[in-house]
Design a protein around this ligand. Sequence first.
Ligand SMILES: [Zn+2]
Ligand SMILES: [Zn+2]
Length: 211
Amino acid sequence: MHVETFAVGPLGCNCSIVADLEAKKAVVIDPGGNFDEIARRLAARELTVSAIVHTHTHIDHVGATAPLQRLTGAEACIHEGDRFLYDMLPVQAAMIGCALPETVEMEGSLVDGKAFRIGALELAVLHTPGHTPGSVSFLVSPSGESPRVFTGDTLFRGGIGRTDLWGGDGNLILKSLRGKLMSLADEAIVVAGHGPNSTIGHERRQNPFLV
Ligand SMILES: [Zn+2]
Ligand SMILES: [Zn+2]
């Protein structure tokens, strides 16, 4: 498994490229900005993008989706529960004072239990609502390697996502964290929506919202 995670856009959203380098296939998670950098990283490895997926549709996670979709022709996917947020991108842009990004047709195809094939890899969708109604996490469990879970703004190293924005739900995020994410193995690497990586074991023992 090849993973590149790098911060993009003014709010430092973590964008990830998950690839099977032999098959030259990739999925891009949360292209929130820096389209040129994402395109350059894909070209450097000659990767074909089979899907562009989003942990949720806050503006900092979807800013470069439209040009990336045009470049790759890949389907752009969200959980249907977050479509209302994508429809209100102008309100989100006004709130944080950034330019309104170009929008694109989003497939509402991210449902709990769905899996995307990336060459020999499989990226599974876990519905983890609470930060937003359509927040999801993505889990890759390659044989012989630690699993990796991309938690978006549901789980950060030492913190959890805010629930005071549109559709946020403080009880639901705890249910998602305890029921879904904390059921993963301790060694699973957590790639959060912002900030440094962690592991499920570290969060289970150290995260003040979970201990
Ligand atoms: Zn968010
Ligand atoms: Zn975010």
